[in-house]
Design a binder for this molecule. Structure first.
Ligand code: UDP
Length: 234
């Protein structure tokens, strides 16, 4: 666990955003992995995900439990940097600088309302393509992404599918920032609400998600609770 936590980006969000801005300017490639307890716990039984965590990717501390665990181990992580924060920043930047984007994931009605919203609110973004996340052939979508070579590619299929899929194609990408953003399209499209600011500030976003979607409780137990026991043991 510690070897993964050591790779986390430790500075603040704005510094991370500066890196992304620079990548896009220079056309540097980057594969962002949002690390939370679920990522780490799933990697124990998923060799493909484990390989991704061992690789030379860009790891950000997405969950508060990960931030706290890292700090306990003497790794001074400044703050949470979540997938949705990165997605929102990238949309803003792409609109300012006229970058291109490809969106893959979520239900058809969600991706369609997100695309409509981007066209209205971020009119300078070039949408090179999009697809819902329930297609029979995910590889076909990934091949289309590689061929169109967007500046930014967001994949919202949930952990670990999004990370594994990106890792299978990332080497072929000529350029671009690739990131798995989980349920972010649901929020960005306006289909679901993100936790109110006060929950985020008090590090209780996880609680909001469980209360509003009780079916998450099992996932929370298997990832966060088991993760915390594991860290305590260490
Ligand atoms: N999803 C998808 N295809 C699938 C399964 C899930 O596109 O076969 C989408 C789902 O619609 C949702 C996202 O993947 O938009 C996963 O969201 P979740 O809230 O589970 O992710 P989290 O943010 O908790 O990692």
């Amino acid at each position: 666990m510690q070897e993964y936590l050591k790779k986390l980006f430790t500075k603040d969000k704005d510094k991370y955003f500066k890196l992304l801005e620079n990548d896009l300017k220079q056309q540097h490639k980057r594969f962002i992995i949002t690390v939370n307890p679920e990522t780490l716990m799933l990697s124990e039984s998923n060799p493909e995900l484990q390989k991704i965590l061992m690789g030379n990717n860009s790891f950000v501390p997405d969950g508060i439990a990960v931030v706290k665990a890292a700090r306990k181990m003497g790794i001074n992580v400044a703050e949470r940097i979540t997938g949705i924060d990165i997605a929102e920043y990238l949309l803003k930047l792409a609109n300012e600088k006229k970058y291109s984007i490809y969106l893959f994931g979520a239900k058809e009605e969600v991706i369609e309302s997100l695309v409509d919203k981007i066209k209205k609110e971020y009119p300078n973004i070039k949408i090179l393509g999009y697809s819902n996340g329930y297609v029979a052939n995910r590889d076909q979508v990934m091949q289309d992404i590689i061929q169109k070579s967007p500046d930014i590619c967001m994949v919202a299929l949930g952990i670990p599918h999004q990370e594994i899929l990106i890792s299978q194609y990332f080497n072929q990408a000529p350029k671009g920032i690739y990131i798995g953003v989980g349920g972010s399209f649901d929020v960005l499209s306006g289909t679901k609400k993100r936790a109110p600011k006060i929950f985020i500030k008090l590090n209780l976003e996880w609680l909001y998600r469980i209360v509003t979607e009780p079916k998450r409780l099992k996932r929370f137990w298997n990832s966060n609770v088991k993760f915390m026991f594991k860290i305590k043991k260490k």
